[in-house]
Design a protein around this ligand. Structure first.
Ligand SMILES: C[S@@+](CC[C@H](N)C(=O)[O-])C[C@H]1O[C@@H](n2cnc3c(N)ncnc32)[C@H](O)[C@@H]1O
Length: 335
């Protein structure tokens, strides 16, 4: 997808690239420094259009990258479900989901802002013929299993609202793609607790359904992905001084019906590599552990591969030596 393909389907026509850039900078400010005024952009067609232009193009590769962490059979199962884009905004994740192809379920968007819904409908009709169900709240009764996605919305509505929606919609599967911030982490843990109490299994990122070991620490569990950008968006990102290539995010996945065995080790933090080793923090069963991987035991290509691994990957390792502060390990598999 390219920026030039989206521009005809925006509810506001930007006079120039500079005009679009200015609007992107305004939104960015609201997301980072003016969180108390975050609702302002939702009523302004200019800012909603700028949001759409900028975030649609990063959310498409973002979803693709996130799904690489998920069990393949789960993703296939999700494609049979009705897709519910909650806090859909202009439906960036609806388009990203549709973009994967072979989706047999219907598309639903729940979005409180009328301006966002207007933009969402225009964008959907610009690219697809299928019917789009849209509303400010959940008021449908459908028979098919439901796949509920929160895309940067649980953090805006808060954990209580998010839980209320889950109760009302009663989906089989839930995926959160939220900001990788310290502020959001305690909210995500409350939602996690609720889902586990409701007999959902956590598929990602936790290797287990027990207490989160990060809970005790002044730290938060989040992941990183590296995405390839459309050239036009990359240029605008650079001008707006926004890094849209290396993205921190909070991804959680749950299911009531899909059964799998989770990987037992999850990479939760990559420490700066030393001349001799890689040092990682791992969530292993119910504990955080520090792993050391010696470069001298690796080929050149393995050093390169491990040097590019980001927090969020799953792994299998073999213990070589138990040391005071960490475990020296050999990596068997990484995904
Ligand atoms: C940051 S935007 C994300 C939009 C889109 N999901 C994306 O990732 O590009 C958050 C959206 O959540 C919506 N939202 C927040 N609270 C909501 C609620 N209680 N019900 C419905 N939508 C809500 C906002 O109106 C806003 O459009």
């Amino acid at each position: 997808m390219k920026l030039s393909l989206i521009l005809p389907h925006l509810i506001y026509k930007f006079k120039s690239e500079a005009d679009l850039l200015k609007a992107i900078e305004e939104i960015s400010l609201k997301f980072t420094k003016e969180r108390d005024k975050i609702g302002d952009y939702l009523k302004d067609p200019r800012l909603v259009a700028a949001y759409t232009a900028f975030y649609l193009l990063t959310n498409i590769p973002k979803l693709e990258e996130v799904l690489k962490w998920m069990p393949l059979e789960w993703t296939s199962l999700l494609k049979e479900c009705d897709f519910i884009d909650l806090g859909a905004g202009p439906g960036t994740f609806s388009l990203a989901w549709k973009n994967l192809g072979e989706i047999r379920g219907d598309f639903y968007q729940i979005e409180q802002s009328a301006t966002m819904r207007e933009q969402g409908l225009m964008l959907w009709k610009g690219f697809h013929q299928e019917k789009l169900f849209q509303s400010a709240k959940w008021d449908w009764k459908n028979e098919r299993p439901k796949f509920l996605l929160f895309g940067h919305s649980a953090n805006e509505m808060g954990n209580d609202q998010a839980i209320q929606y889950i109760e009302k919609i009663n989906p089989e599967h839930v995926l959160f793609i939220e900001p990788g911030t310290k502020e959001f982490f305690p909210q995500m843990l409350k939602i996690r607790d609720h889902l586990l109490n409701r007999q959902y299994a956590v598929l990602y990122p936790c290797p287990h359904g027990g207490n989160c070991p990060m809970h005790q620490k002044d730290d938060w569990c989040h992941q990183f992905i590296q995405v390839e950008q459309d050239a036009e968006i990359e240029r605008i990102s650079q001008m707006a001084r926004k890094d849209r290539k290396l993205l921190p995010l909070t991804v959680h996945a749950y299911s009531r019906t899909f059964k799998t065995t989770n990987p037992s080790e999850r990479l939760v933090r990559v420490f700066p590599e030393t001349k001799f080793s890689f040092e990682w923090e791992i969530c292993h069963q119910n504990q955080l552990e520090r792993y050391q991987i010696m470069k001298r035991d690796l080929s050149k290509s393995e050093v390169k591969e491990l040097g590019s691994v980001l927090a969020g990957a799953s792994l299998e390792s073999e213990l070589l030596k138990e040391l005071d502060q960490y475990k020296r390990v050999k990596i068997i598999k990484i995904k």
